[in-house]
Design a protein around this ligand. Structure first.
Ligand SMILES: [Zn+2]
Length: 282
Protein backbone atom coordinates (compact mmCIF):
# COMPACT_ATOMS: atom_id res chain seq x y z
CA UNK A 1 0.00 0.00 0.00
CA UNK A 2 1.25 3.49 -0.81
CA UNK A 3 1.68 6.37 1.63
CA UNK A 4 -1.55 7.93 0.43
CA UNK A 5 -3.37 5.26 2.43
CA UNK A 6 -2.08 6.61 5.74
CA UNK A 7 -4.37 9.46 6.72
CA UNK A 8 -3.61 8.99 10.42
CA UNK A 9 -4.15 12.67 11.20
CA UNK A 10 -7.92 12.34 10.82
CA UNK A 11 -8.41 8.68 11.57
CA UNK A 12 -8.17 6.85 8.26
CA UNK A 13 -8.05 3.07 8.37
CA UNK A 14 -8.46 0.37 5.74
CA UNK A 15 -11.18 -1.22 7.84
CA UNK A 16 -12.99 2.13 7.92
CA UNK A 17 -12.63 2.46 4.14
CA UNK A 18 -14.36 -0.88 3.41
CA UNK A 19 -16.93 -0.27 6.14
CA UNK A 20 -17.91 3.05 4.53
CA UNK A 21 -17.90 1.45 1.05
CA UNK A 22 -20.39 -1.27 2.11
CA UNK A 23 -22.45 1.27 4.06
CA UNK A 24 -22.62 3.29 0.81
CA UNK A 25 -23.90 0.25 -1.09
CA UNK A 26 -26.70 -0.19 1.49
CA UNK A 27 -27.57 3.52 1.31
CA UNK A 28 -27.58 3.19 -2.51
CA UNK A 29 -30.20 0.47 -2.15
CA UNK A 30 -32.39 2.96 -0.24
CA UNK A 31 -31.68 5.69 -2.83
CA UNK A 32 -33.18 3.39 -5.49
CA UNK A 33 -36.41 3.47 -3.47
CA UNK A 34 -36.19 7.28 -3.18
CA UNK A 35 -35.62 7.61 -6.96
CA UNK A 36 -38.64 5.43 -7.71
CA UNK A 37 -41.03 6.62 -5.03
CA UNK A 38 -40.27 10.29 -4.26
CA UNK A 39 -41.59 11.68 -7.61
CA UNK A 40 -44.70 9.49 -7.26
CA UNK A 41 -45.24 10.67 -3.67
CA UNK A 42 -44.89 14.32 -4.79
CA UNK A 43 -46.96 14.10 -7.99
CA UNK A 44 -49.60 11.85 -6.45
CA UNK A 45 -49.48 9.46 -9.46
CA UNK A 46 -49.02 6.23 -7.62
CA UNK A 47 -50.15 2.67 -7.82
CA UNK A 48 -47.97 1.43 -4.97
CA UNK A 49 -49.59 3.54 -2.25
CA UNK A 50 -53.35 3.97 -1.87
CA UNK A 51 -53.90 7.30 -0.19
CA UNK A 52 -50.78 9.43 -0.44
CA UNK A 53 -52.57 12.76 0.09
CA UNK A 54 -53.08 12.09 3.80
CA UNK A 55 -49.56 10.70 4.26
CA UNK A 56 -46.23 12.42 4.62
CA UNK A 57 -43.62 12.06 1.89
CA UNK A 58 -41.43 10.15 4.33
CA UNK A 59 -44.11 7.56 5.06
CA UNK A 60 -44.63 7.09 1.29
CA UNK A 61 -40.93 6.23 1.06
CA UNK A 62 -40.96 3.47 3.68
CA UNK A 63 -44.47 1.93 3.26
CA UNK A 64 -45.33 -0.52 1.89
CA UNK A 65 -42.26 -2.79 1.97
CA UNK A 66 -40.33 -3.71 -1.15
CA UNK A 67 -42.50 -4.81 -4.07
CA UNK A 68 -41.55 -5.29 -7.71
CA UNK A 69 -42.45 -2.24 -9.84
CA UNK A 70 -43.43 -4.52 -12.79
CA UNK A 71 -45.91 -6.97 -11.25
CA UNK A 72 -46.31 -5.75 -7.62
CA UNK A 73 -45.09 -8.94 -5.92
CA UNK A 74 -43.45 -8.91 -2.50
CA UNK A 75 -39.64 -9.03 -2.78
CA UNK A 76 -38.04 -11.59 -0.45
CA UNK A 77 -34.95 -10.51 1.52
CA UNK A 78 -32.65 -12.77 -0.55
CA UNK A 79 -33.78 -10.98 -3.74
CA UNK A 80 -33.12 -7.61 -2.13
CA UNK A 81 -29.40 -7.88 -1.36
CA UNK A 82 -27.59 -4.88 -2.87
CA UNK A 83 -25.48 -5.59 -5.99
CA UNK A 84 -25.63 -9.37 -5.48
CA UNK A 85 -29.35 -9.96 -6.15
CA UNK A 86 -29.42 -7.96 -9.38
CA UNK A 87 -26.50 -10.03 -10.70
CA UNK A 88 -27.97 -13.34 -9.53
CA UNK A 89 -31.37 -12.58 -11.13
CA UNK A 90 -29.44 -11.47 -14.26
CA UNK A 91 -31.37 -8.19 -14.26
CA UNK A 92 -34.79 -9.90 -14.64
CA UNK A 93 -37.83 -10.04 -12.34
CA UNK A 94 -38.19 -13.42 -10.56
CA UNK A 95 -41.96 -13.44 -11.09
CA UNK A 96 -42.64 -12.02 -14.56
CA UNK A 97 -39.11 -11.94 -16.09
CA UNK A 98 -39.51 -8.24 -16.94
CA UNK A 99 -36.10 -6.54 -17.15
CA UNK A 100 -34.98 -4.79 -13.94
CA UNK A 101 -33.30 -1.50 -14.80
CA UNK A 102 -29.47 -1.61 -14.54
CA UNK A 103 -29.99 1.65 -12.60
CA UNK A 104 -30.54 -0.44 -9.43
CA UNK A 105 -27.07 -1.97 -9.74
CA UNK A 106 -25.34 1.25 -10.89
CA UNK A 107 -26.81 3.41 -8.10
CA UNK A 108 -25.69 0.95 -5.41
CA UNK A 109 -22.16 0.70 -6.81
CA UNK A 110 -21.75 4.44 -7.43
CA UNK A 111 -23.03 5.32 -3.93
CA UNK A 112 -20.53 2.87 -2.40
CA UNK A 113 -17.70 4.37 -4.46
CA UNK A 114 -18.75 7.97 -3.65
CA UNK A 115 -18.84 7.28 0.09
CA UNK A 116 -15.43 5.59 -0.14
CA UNK A 117 -14.10 8.67 -2.00
CA UNK A 118 -15.35 10.96 0.81
CA UNK A 119 -13.77 8.77 3.50
CA UNK A 120 -10.52 8.50 1.55
CA UNK A 121 -10.25 12.30 1.42
CA UNK A 122 -11.65 13.40 4.77
CA UNK A 123 -11.15 10.36 7.02
CA UNK A 124 -13.22 9.84 10.14
CA UNK A 125 -14.62 13.40 10.36
CA UNK A 126 -17.88 15.32 10.17
CA UNK A 127 -16.71 16.50 6.76
CA UNK A 128 -17.03 12.92 5.46
CA UNK A 129 -20.57 12.67 6.83
CA UNK A 130 -21.60 15.98 5.19
CA UNK A 131 -20.09 14.95 1.84
CA UNK A 132 -21.77 11.52 1.98
CA UNK A 133 -25.15 13.22 2.52
CA UNK A 134 -24.50 15.61 -0.38
CA UNK A 135 -23.41 12.78 -2.69
CA UNK A 136 -26.47 10.67 -1.78
CA UNK A 137 -28.74 13.63 -2.65
CA UNK A 138 -26.88 14.31 -5.93
CA UNK A 139 -27.14 10.65 -7.01
CA UNK A 140 -30.91 10.72 -6.34
CA UNK A 141 -31.33 14.02 -8.22
CA UNK A 142 -29.33 12.70 -11.19
CA UNK A 143 -31.72 9.80 -11.81
CA UNK A 144 -34.96 11.55 -10.81
CA UNK A 145 -34.22 14.33 -13.33
CA UNK A 146 -33.27 11.79 -16.00
CA UNK A 147 -36.49 9.81 -15.50
CA UNK A 148 -39.00 12.61 -14.72
CA UNK A 149 -37.39 15.92 -15.89
CA UNK A 150 -37.89 17.18 -12.36
CA UNK A 151 -35.56 18.20 -9.52
CA UNK A 152 -37.58 18.06 -6.27
CA UNK A 153 -37.12 21.04 -3.90
CA UNK A 154 -36.98 18.57 -1.01
CA UNK A 155 -33.60 17.39 -2.26
CA UNK A 156 -32.11 20.60 -3.73
CA UNK A 157 -32.99 22.69 -0.64
CA UNK A 158 -31.65 20.00 1.71
CA UNK A 159 -28.31 20.00 -0.14
CA UNK A 160 -28.24 23.82 -0.20
CA UNK A 161 -28.85 24.21 3.57
CA UNK A 162 -26.37 21.43 4.29
CA UNK A 163 -23.69 23.37 2.40
CA UNK A 164 -24.45 26.69 4.11
CA UNK A 165 -24.58 25.02 7.54
CA UNK A 166 -21.38 23.04 6.88
CA UNK A 167 -19.45 26.18 5.93
CA UNK A 168 -20.87 28.17 8.90
CA UNK A 169 -19.75 25.40 11.29
CA UNK A 170 -16.38 25.04 9.59
CA UNK A 171 -17.14 21.44 8.62
CA UNK A 172 -16.78 21.89 4.86
CA UNK A 173 -13.65 23.75 3.88
CA UNK A 174 -15.10 26.95 2.46
CA UNK A 175 -15.45 30.44 3.88
CA UNK A 176 -19.11 31.12 4.91
CA UNK A 177 -19.24 34.40 2.94
CA UNK A 178 -18.00 32.62 -0.19
CA UNK A 179 -20.61 29.92 0.40
CA UNK A 180 -23.45 32.48 0.59
CA UNK A 181 -22.12 34.36 -2.47
CA UNK A 182 -21.85 31.06 -4.34
CA UNK A 183 -25.44 30.12 -3.48
CA UNK A 184 -26.80 33.52 -4.60
CA UNK A 185 -24.61 33.65 -7.73
CA UNK A 186 -25.43 30.05 -8.61
CA UNK A 187 -29.11 30.90 -8.60
CA UNK A 188 -29.00 34.36 -10.18
CA UNK A 189 -26.58 33.68 -13.03
CA UNK A 190 -28.64 30.98 -14.84
CA UNK A 191 -31.78 32.89 -13.88
CA UNK A 192 -30.56 35.96 -15.78
CA UNK A 193 -29.38 33.87 -18.76
CA UNK A 194 -32.82 32.27 -18.80
CA UNK A 195 -34.50 35.69 -18.60
CA UNK A 196 -32.56 36.91 -21.66
CA UNK A 197 -33.46 33.69 -23.48
CA UNK A 198 -37.08 34.25 -22.55
CA UNK A 199 -37.01 37.81 -23.95
CA UNK A 200 -35.59 36.37 -27.19
CA UNK A 201 -37.60 33.15 -27.70
CA UNK A 202 -40.53 33.81 -25.31
CA UNK A 203 -39.97 30.51 -23.47
CA UNK A 204 -37.72 29.05 -20.80
CA UNK A 205 -34.28 27.72 -21.72
CA UNK A 206 -33.97 25.66 -18.58
CA UNK A 207 -36.01 25.01 -15.47
CA UNK A 208 -36.05 26.55 -11.99
CA UNK A 209 -34.70 23.30 -10.52
CA UNK A 210 -31.49 23.82 -12.50
CA UNK A 211 -30.94 27.24 -10.84
CA UNK A 212 -31.37 25.69 -7.38
CA UNK A 213 -28.97 22.87 -8.27
CA UNK A 214 -26.30 25.34 -9.40
CA UNK A 215 -26.89 27.26 -6.15
CA UNK A 216 -26.10 24.00 -4.30
CA UNK A 217 -22.72 23.76 -6.02
CA UNK A 218 -22.12 27.49 -5.39
CA UNK A 219 -22.74 26.94 -1.66
CA UNK A 220 -20.43 23.90 -1.49
CA UNK A 221 -17.63 24.96 -3.85
CA UNK A 222 -17.79 28.77 -3.79
CA UNK A 223 -18.53 31.56 -6.25
CA UNK A 224 -15.62 30.82 -8.59
CA UNK A 225 -16.94 27.30 -9.35
CA UNK A 226 -20.19 28.52 -10.94
CA UNK A 227 -18.95 29.58 -14.40
CA UNK A 228 -16.80 26.46 -15.01
CA UNK A 229 -19.67 24.17 -13.93
CA UNK A 230 -22.17 25.95 -16.18
CA UNK A 231 -19.72 25.88 -19.11
CA UNK A 232 -18.75 22.21 -18.74
CA UNK A 233 -22.38 21.14 -18.21
CA UNK A 234 -23.51 23.04 -21.33
CA UNK A 235 -20.72 21.46 -23.37
CA UNK A 236 -21.60 17.96 -22.11
CA UNK A 237 -25.28 18.60 -22.80
CA UNK A 238 -24.63 19.83 -26.32
CA UNK A 239 -22.37 16.88 -27.21
CA UNK A 240 -24.82 14.35 -25.72
CA UNK A 241 -27.78 15.90 -27.56
CA UNK A 242 -25.80 15.80 -30.81
CA UNK A 243 -24.85 12.14 -30.29
CA UNK A 244 -28.42 11.19 -29.45
CA UNK A 245 -29.72 12.93 -32.59
CA UNK A 246 -27.15 11.01 -34.67
CA UNK A 247 -28.08 7.67 -33.10
CA UNK A 248 -31.85 8.18 -33.35
CA UNK A 249 -31.47 9.77 -36.81
CA UNK A 250 -34.20 12.32 -36.20
CA UNK A 251 -34.41 16.00 -35.57
CA UNK A 252 -35.44 16.52 -31.97
CA UNK A 253 -36.11 19.77 -30.21
CA UNK A 254 -32.97 21.00 -28.44
CA UNK A 255 -34.95 22.43 -25.55
CA UNK A 256 -36.62 19.49 -23.89
CA UNK A 257 -34.86 16.42 -25.16
CA UNK A 258 -32.50 15.91 -22.25
CA UNK A 259 -32.80 17.25 -18.71
CA UNK A 260 -29.97 19.63 -17.75
CA UNK A 261 -29.64 18.47 -14.11
CA UNK A 262 -27.53 15.33 -14.77
CA UNK A 263 -24.98 17.41 -16.74
CA UNK A 264 -24.77 19.97 -13.92
CA UNK A 265 -24.22 17.10 -11.46
CA UNK A 266 -21.47 15.53 -13.62
CA UNK A 267 -19.70 18.89 -14.03
CA UNK A 268 -20.14 19.82 -10.34
CA UNK A 269 -18.87 16.44 -9.13
CA UNK A 270 -15.85 16.75 -11.42
CA UNK A 271 -14.93 20.10 -9.86
CA UNK A 272 -15.60 18.73 -6.37
CA UNK A 273 -13.16 15.88 -6.94
CA UNK A 274 -10.49 17.46 -9.14
CA UNK A 275 -10.86 21.24 -8.71
CA UNK A 276 -11.29 23.73 -11.56
CA UNK A 277 -9.60 22.40 -14.73
CA UNK A 278 -6.65 24.63 -15.65
CA UNK A 279 -7.65 24.77 -19.32
CA UNK A 280 -10.79 26.63 -18.32
CA UNK A 281 -8.89 29.87 -17.77
CA UNK A 282 -6.76 29.72 -20.94
ZN1 LIG B 1 -42.26 -8.62 -12.24
Amino acid sequence: MSDSYTFANHGFSQFGFWYVFFLGIMVGSFLNVVIYRLPKALFGDDSTTEDQTSRSVFSCLIHPGSITPCCHQKIAWFDNIPLFSWLRLKGKCRFCAAPISPRYFVVELVTGMSFAWAYFHFGQTWTTLFYCLLLAILISLFWIDLETFYLPDYLTYSALWLGLLGSALGIIHINPINSILGACGGYLLPWSVNYLYWLWRKRDGFGGGDFKLLAVFGAWLGFSAIMPILAIASLLGLVSTGLLMLIRKEKLSLERMLPFGPFLIMAGSYLMMYGTPTWFFH
